[in-house]
Design a protein around this ligand. Structure first.
Ligand code: ATP
Ligand code: MG
Length: 408
């Protein structure tokens, strides 16, 4: 348990040596109360950041000034990180960034946080502080803004997406109505946000156990057309989640889920550009959105090996899953037996698959007296085609013979 981790305890003690309190806050408190795993540890303190830094270092613990200008120091010990931020209030906001001031009032700090479930403090002595009534919302699984929803969204439009992200992960009942109405009203401001901030929230939303109901809610509220207008195939997302449910319980694949709701590769490229996906993410997204014609459920084992050779096992798995999600989307309800059987057979072809290597190369061609140049590549392509047709069975001697035959 992270609260009783000796490294965490010594960090907290070091930061409090000399007065003041340091209390856990945000996701770690929320998830502990929900008995869910904790990703990262955030803490808040009434001690000034420079002083926190001095105290941590005086205890022989590494202190990294990860954001001194907004009061944040990160303490690192034995691979445990605690991000400690001085209590603050947002003085002035323009919808994107805030001018801040420090305070020693815990309730004030809670009021500048986004959602009630994210605004609880846990003292290392075990006392829970709940200035804005977050505990009740954690117990019922209701997402609610701290304070007046419309004002909070206008201060920082990203909160609108966080509202849905946290609902997707932790909601067990409809989100707060006033909050939802405010999201509806201010959704047109979403395109003002930096693409990468939208991307981070959307990908985190897509990593929820079952994100489709939240996407339906966003569509119904008129938010989706501003957050991700290209999202047209929500049923495929529901189908993909159902199909991969047992496989992804540990680690859902948000990018594949993103691909499932997009209509085509053109939409994928637009999304990749606008949301500033990395080159690797863009390439994978576009590969997943190629027309799925090459995934033929009736294909035999040899066809499957040829396809694996052409596109690689990762893209193959993506395409198989997305293809069956498409088919399943037309068949609401539980996964029918024919889908189950079909995709299992196709996926199994990729298990333990090792890409075969053509046993001849350019040097072999030159050894046969073929002059260097485009002809070599062309010949090798021909040998490769023949070798593939023969299900990758011809060995080096057979391929050399074929090469000689084609060259002659
Ligand atoms: P997780 O790390 O599990 O995704 P988290 O609640 O810790 O969830 P973070 O993004 O790490 O989320 O933020 C830490 C805390 O900072 C939040 O719990 C919340 O109190 C506050 N916070 C983060 N972003 C905002 C925001 N845009 N507006 C107001 N408060 C915010
Ligand atoms: Mg966090």
């Amino acid at each position: 348990d992270w609260v009783s981790d000796p490294a965490v305890i010594s960090i907290m003690q070091a930061a409090m040596a000399g007065g003041g309190r340091v209390r856990f806050v945000g996701g770690c408190v929320r998830n502990s109360l929900m008995r869910l795993p904790v990703a990262d540890i955030d803490a808040a303190t009434d001690v000034q950041a420079e002083e926190v830094m001095r105290r941590i270092e005086a205890a022989g613990i590494r202190a990294v000034p990860t954001g001194l200008d907004h009061g944040t120091v990160t303490a690192v010990k034995d691979h445990v990180k605690v991000e400690i931020t001085t209590l603050r209030v947002d003085v002035e906001t323009d919808g994107r960034r805030a001018r801040i001031a420090y305070t020693d009032d815990w309730a004030e700090d809670a009021k500048r946080r986004d959602l009630t479930m994210n605004a609880l403090f846990l003292d290392p002595d075990g006392t829970l502080y709940d200035p804005v009534g977050g505990l009740a919302d954690i117990e019922t699984g209701r997402v609610r803004f701290v304070g007046e929803a419309e004002r909070r969204i206008q201060e920082d439009v990203l909160r609108l997406l966080r509202f849905f992200r946290f609902h997707a992960h932790y909601g067990r009942m409809a989100p707060d109505e006033e909050g939802l109405a405010a999201c509806k009203r201010f959704a047109p401001l979403l395109p003002n946000l930096a693409g990468e901030r939208i991307r981070d929230e959307l990908l985190k939303l897509l990593a929820a156990r079952d994100p489709a109901p939240t996407f339906y809610l966003m569509r119904q509220a008129g938010v989706l057309s501003h957050a991700l207008p290209e999202a047209t195939h929500l049923r495929r997302l529901a189908a993909l989640t159902l199909l991969t449910g047992e496989m992804e319980e540990a680690a859902p694949d948000p990018l594949r889920r993103l691909a499932s709701i997009l209509p085509d590769a053109k939409a994928g490229k637009e999304v990749a550009t606008r949301l500033r996906l990395s080159n690797a993410e863009r390439d994978r997204l576009t590969a997943m959105l190629k027309p799925a014609a090459d995934i033929d459920p009736a294909a035999g084992p040899q066809d499957r090996r040829r396809l694996l050779y052409a596109i690689g096992d990762e893209t193959y798995r993506d395409l198989v899953l997305l293809d069956w999600a498409r088919r399943l989307a037309d068949q609401p309800g539980a996964v029918p037996a024919w889908v189950e059987a079909g995709y299992r057979v196709q996926l199994a072809a990729a298990d333990g698959w090792v890409r075969p290597k053509l046993p001849v190369n350019g040097e072999d061609a030159m050894a046969l007296g073929i002059p260097t140049g485009p002809a070599v590549g062309k010949l090798l392509k021909q040998v490769e085609g023949w070798w593939m047709e023969a299900d990758f069975r011809p060995d080096r001697a057979a391929c050399l013979a074929r090469l000689k035959e084609l060259a002659g």
